[in-house]
Design a protein around this ligand. Structure first.
Ligand code: AMP
Ligand code: ZN
Length: 484
């Protein structure tokens, strides 16, 4: 079995991954705050950790991985948006969570094993806060409960920030009732018009960090294997999750491996709502299929910044077109699909800290080989002997092998999940071009024209379709078509 290596933010090193329990590998990734559509930057962690989820399932078995990704459905941004728009919080969070599922589904992200919603875990949050108060790590002040940072001797190990910056980070909500400037909120009071729950400290609502600590504990236990999210979550969110959970659990580590994806950028700036330089997944899906978005996100290594542009999206689409066209041709030669191969270059690349660019290069190479293989179907073809190394494929069985390797690597990356035929016919939503049925009809008309030897008419039909982005391909089996 290949060994998995992951970069651990906690140690700043690439480390061999050793699960606590091989029969139940446990991963928690911070999910969306549901008040608006997800932008492509938000989709980056979803896609990256989906690749890791698929890899863990492949290494440890489908039923031996528990992947938890929460939904934050109580947050000040949600309250503010609801107030602004007049849409109730319940409707807003329900609608946005549903849109998130649709968008991430279009990117071929598998649903996590468990998707806890913060509002369903308020009791667990209150219990954890009470424990922290009891143990002297938290205090109530002015309707709030705060975590007392100096009470934890080794606070700050994940972010390794100097005290000055810890304070600057916590200063976002500076308040007179804080004992230490770095203290952060566990519980805050709600006004009558704000959502709230009864607690030992009055009616209020949880702070953001405690939500993940409680949902992690309830679904994965005190210590689990992997905790993930975007780079911006290291401080304060993950640092504070660690503080809360470890202090509540007698010092037990929260997670053994901390994995963080880099930013998706636009002209080198982080894609974000606040900068306004974002593309929602929803909008992009009008211009490109979800797999093209997904591939665009996987073209760079997950820890590096990745600059996004419509051009990079076009490149991803063109690459997939090439891959699907090769599979389409292979399907004509063999309908066989071999079983998924267990050990290949793709798996090796992904086991090396999720090296997706290398896995993509491997698929490219397989597609090159497959394309070359079509030329050499006959072993007695002299070109076979001249142009090919000894192990060169030359027959349908070999083509089937390439196809299986490509599909297996595609599966590992969550790509090539559509029938090639359907991919070739994809068109942007709202496009005014001819429908599939209209195209089929024109192909019939062209055939009739050719039979009647009216070549001018048959050419006219072909050119008219080409002008509308529909390419006809004549072959021994008849005419097929694809959208360009
Ligand atoms: P937010 O809704 O801002 O809490 O973000 C949800 C998730 O998306 C978190 O894991 C963030 O780290 C991640 N994220 C937000 N913006 C970006 C970006 N531009 N690139 C990569 N990840 C991002
Ligand atoms: Zn979280």
């Amino acid at each position: 079995m290949s060994e998995l290596y992951l970069h651990n933010t906690l140690t700043r090193q690439k480390e061999k991954f050793e699960p606590i329990d091989r029969s139940n590998v446990r991963m928690y990734v911070c999910g969306p705050t549901v008040y608006d559509f997800a932008h492509l930057g938000n989709a980056r962690p979803v896609v990256v950790f989906d690749v890791l989820f698929r890899l863990l399932q492949r290494l440890y078995g489908q039923d031996h991985v528990t992947y938890v990704r929460n939904i934050t459905d109580i947050d000040d941004k949600i309250i503010a948006r609801s107030k602004e728009s007049g849409e109730s919080i319940a409707d807003l969070t329900k609608r946005t969570a549903q849109a998130f599922h649709e968008d991430m589904g279009a990117l071929n992200a598998l649903p996590p094993t468990i998707e806890p919603r913060a509002t369903e875990y308020i009791d667990a949050m209150i219990a954890m806060i009470a424990t922290l108060v009891e143990k002297g790590h938290a205090y109530a002040a002015d309707g709030h409960v705060l975590f007392n940072v100096p009470s934890m001797k080794d606070y700050g190990q994940l972010s390794r920030l100097p005290h000055k910056e810890l304070v600057a980070g916590a200063r976002v909500d500076i308040a007179p009732y804080k004992k230490d400037a770095a203290d952060f909120v566990l519980w805050k009071p709600s006004t009558p018009d704000q959502p709230g729950w009864d607690s030992p400290w009055g009616r209020g609502r949880p702070g953001w960090h405690i939500e993940c600590s409680a949902m992690g504990e309830k679904n994965l236990g005190e210590t689990f294997d992997i905790h993930g999210g975007g780079l911006d979550l290291i401080f304060p969110h993950h640092e504070n999750e660690i503080a809360q959970s470890r202090c509540a659990h007698g010092g037990a580590p929260l997670a053994r491996y901390w994995v963080h994806n880099g930013f998706l950028t636009v002209n080198a700036d982080k894609m974000s709502k606040s900068l306004g330089n974002f593309f929602t997944v929803r909008d992009l899906l009008v211009h490109a299929p979800g797999e093209a978005l997904r591939l665009a996100l996987l073209m760079g290594h997950y820890r590096q910044p990745l600059d996004f542009s419509l051009e990079s999206l076009q490149n991803a689409k063109a690459k997939l077109d090439r891959w699907y066209n090769a599979l389409y041709e292979a399907d004509k030669i063999t309908s066989e699909t071999k079983t998924v191969l267990s050990n290949d270059e793709c798996k090796r690349a992904l086991c090396d800290d999720l090296n997706t660019p290398s896995a993509i290069a491997y698929i490219d190479q397989l597609v090159n080989q497959l394309n070359a293989a079509f030329l050499f179907e006959e072993p007695e073809n002299p070109a076979f002997k001249i142009g090919c190394p000894n192990n060169y494929p030359a027959n349908p069985a070999n083509i089937a092998t390439f196809k299986a390797k490509i599909l297996s690597a595609g599966m590992a990356l969550g790509l090539l999940q559509h029938p090639p035929e359907a991919w070739r016919k994809w068109q942007p939503a709202g496009q005014s071009g001819p429908t599939d049925a209209e195209i089929e009809q024109q192909i019939e008309a062209r055939l009739a024209a050719r039979k009647a030897k009216d070549y001018a008419e048959s050419d006219r039909i072909r050119d008219a379709l080409a002008a509308q982005g529909v390419i006809l391909e004549d072959g021994p089996g008849g005419t097929t078509w694809r959208r360009s």
